[in-house]
Design a protein around this ligand. Structure first.
Ligand code: SF4
Ligand code: SF4
Length: 163
């Protein structure tokens, strides 16, 4: 998963507000089409085996403020099992509800920007079978991307406007 790391120099720098994967529910900004995130967790299921990245700034912040998170970092790599030195096959912070239908993140407020910026584009959502997508979103990808960018406005700049 690739997300522009230069964002750390933008106005979103060091923001730790809870957006992205498992966004808190917001009012729908458009009628029809894209839904709010329902915490299905499918996007996090694909984040194991080196599927996430973190900036040096994030890693340094974890080292100082969240040593529990930092313990799963090796060099620039996240999330790595300290016992084996290998990537976790599945994100170690992902928790499923007892019925398996909902997911939560154990490090929600301090998760990487890779997670907070998700979803970045429609292709990523299609790849992960993201449940925010409606059939009509797939019929007009440009419009769907605009809707997504509005939904994500507090978390990242619109696609194509990365610094
Ligand atoms: S760190 Fe949290 S939001 Fe990111 S993949 Fe893991 S469970 Fe999902
Ligand atoms: S796959 Fe989509 S709907 Fe499911 S948790 Fe991720 S962002 Fe939310």
């Amino acid at each position: 998963m690739s997300v522009c790391r230069l964002l750390l120099t933008s106005r979103f720098a060091n923001s730790r507000h809870p957006k992205g994967r498992f966004r808190k529910r917001q009012p729908l900004l458009y009628s029809g089409g894209m839904k709010n995130c329902n915490s299905c967790g499918k996007c996090c299921e694909t984040a194991g085996n080196g599927g996430l990245s973190a900036t040096r700034e994030e890693i340094d912040w974890w080292e100082t403020h969240r040593p529990d998170i930092f313990s799963y970092v090796q060099g620039e790599k996240i999330w790595v099992d300290p016992a084996s030195g290998e990537y976790f096959a599945r994100c170690p912070w992902l928790r499923k509800s007892s019925d398996g239908k909902k997911s939560t993140c154990d490090i929600y407020d301090d998760r990487p920007e890779d997670c907070r910026h998700y979803p970045v584009d429609i292709a990523q959502m299609v790849r992960d079978d993201c449940e925010m997508l409606e059939r009509r979103d797939l019929l007009d990808l440009k419009r769907a991307q605009k809707k997504l960018d509005v939904i994500m406005i507090d978390s990242r700049p619109p696609a194509g406007q990365w610094p």
